[in-house]
Ligand binder design. Sequence first.
Ligand code: XMP
Length: 510
Amino acid sequence: MEKILVLDFGGQYNQLIARRVRDKRVYAEILPYTTPLETVAAQNYKGIIFTGGPNSVFDPASPHYDPAVLSLGVPVLGICYGCQLTAYMAGGKVETAESSEYGKIELTVDQRDSLLFRGVPADSTVWMSHTDRVTALPEGFVPTAHTDHCPVAAFENRDKRLYAVQFHPEVTHSVFGDRMLENFLFEVCGCKGEWQMDSFIEDSVKALREQIGDKKVILGLSGGVDSSVAAALISRAVGKQLTCVFVDQGLMRKDEGDFVEETFTRLFDMNFVRVNAREVFYRELKGVSDPEEKRRIIGTAFYRVFWDEIRRQNDRGFFAQGTIYPDRVESGKGDADKIKTHHNKVKMPEDVDFLGIIEPLADLFKDEVRRVGEKLGIPHELVWRQPFPGPGLGVRIIGEITPEKVRLLQEADYVLRDEIAKCGYDSHLAQFFCVLPGVKSVGVMGDHRTYEDLIVIRAVTTDDFMTADWAKIPYDILARVSARITNEVKGVNRVVYDVTTKPPATVEWE
Ligand code: XMP
């Protein structure tokens, strides 16, 4: 299989670069700059991309690499810090400029016949973010583009297939950046672009069959995208040898538990075990209103209920989970081999053991997982499901959780989702839901004064959930949602819209 290596020097865009490459159907993997040259040389990569990074190449503490990487005969594209590093390793000069160049900058291509700039106009906008710059090129290299403040914004050694750009072709602000990456992959590296989800499914099914043999597999299904796709893939490989355990804690959205059960029992060949544990959760949550305490109780009860069920399964075999690539790779630390601290790897009780762990999606990004899910026939609404926190509606009911409050929030949330889906506005939103703050207010219905619950609508746009903006949902949609909630949900007489960004607020209320 043709592969591109993204060598990670700590830039914030390492995952983005790999995704862009994979979008062009070339498999890309991220490795840290600490990976030995021999390991890289042994892999038969079609090309290597050096990522950006926050450091200065002449700082001895900054990440460096064995210059012999430039003599492997494998094409290289250095980006930002990776560009300076390429110059530095090959014997060029890098200096700190008087002022930084940041944001959208006009780039002028001087070598129009450069393979990297094929189809790129003489002048175009690129995204820059640097202070250091290349001031003298190593022998054998020619400058190929400049900006007003950066005389060497790109350079190359065509014979050795070494290329470097000071700007970031991987971000969309670089208007022809995608074209440049394409040129690197197909013109310079000679990739064919044959990596696709069909072959991923075929290869995975084959590998899973080999690994699992005639043994059993158990998977904890949450109803989220990742575990659902992992379940469907393993089901395709070994059918009824797979048992999915789905714990219904009574804190899911309206009818969600039934929907998950129906999907996996009707559409896929597997054993599906639904543990109806809502009474247990409600009982343990009774009288508790501290947010951290609620989370702890939900987490602990889940762990106990889930593993008790697993213990009941006699012939256990392998344990599978829906870990995906970003769960394993940190962004922007130059340590692509480190497992993220919040890697949601399931903690196992000591008395439960398995033949091994199976993580069939461990090399895929979220959008790739979704494409696999669609190809496997998982319903659209499950594949494109918005994120839903593990503790479920528990973090959206402020104060004590009671079955009645859960019902009320489920009803209101259902109306919101129904209205948003009807007008197709969901594609504009990263996440949207209702919150029950446990506040009552005075209202009027007919001749009667009411004193009922308040529902909050929360809707955000975001790329990564680290920061988020409140969504500017058109007023007419909000008006319909509000009218329907107050009409249809008994016990609610007022609806408000949360207009707070993250930070200072978070997406969830608890
Ligand atoms: P916050 O509220 O921290 O949420 O801005 C960011 C994203 O994370 C989700 N979230 C959780 N997901 N378990 C999860 O699996 C949790 O405890 C949890 N808390 C928040 C939240 O829905 C949003 O997408």
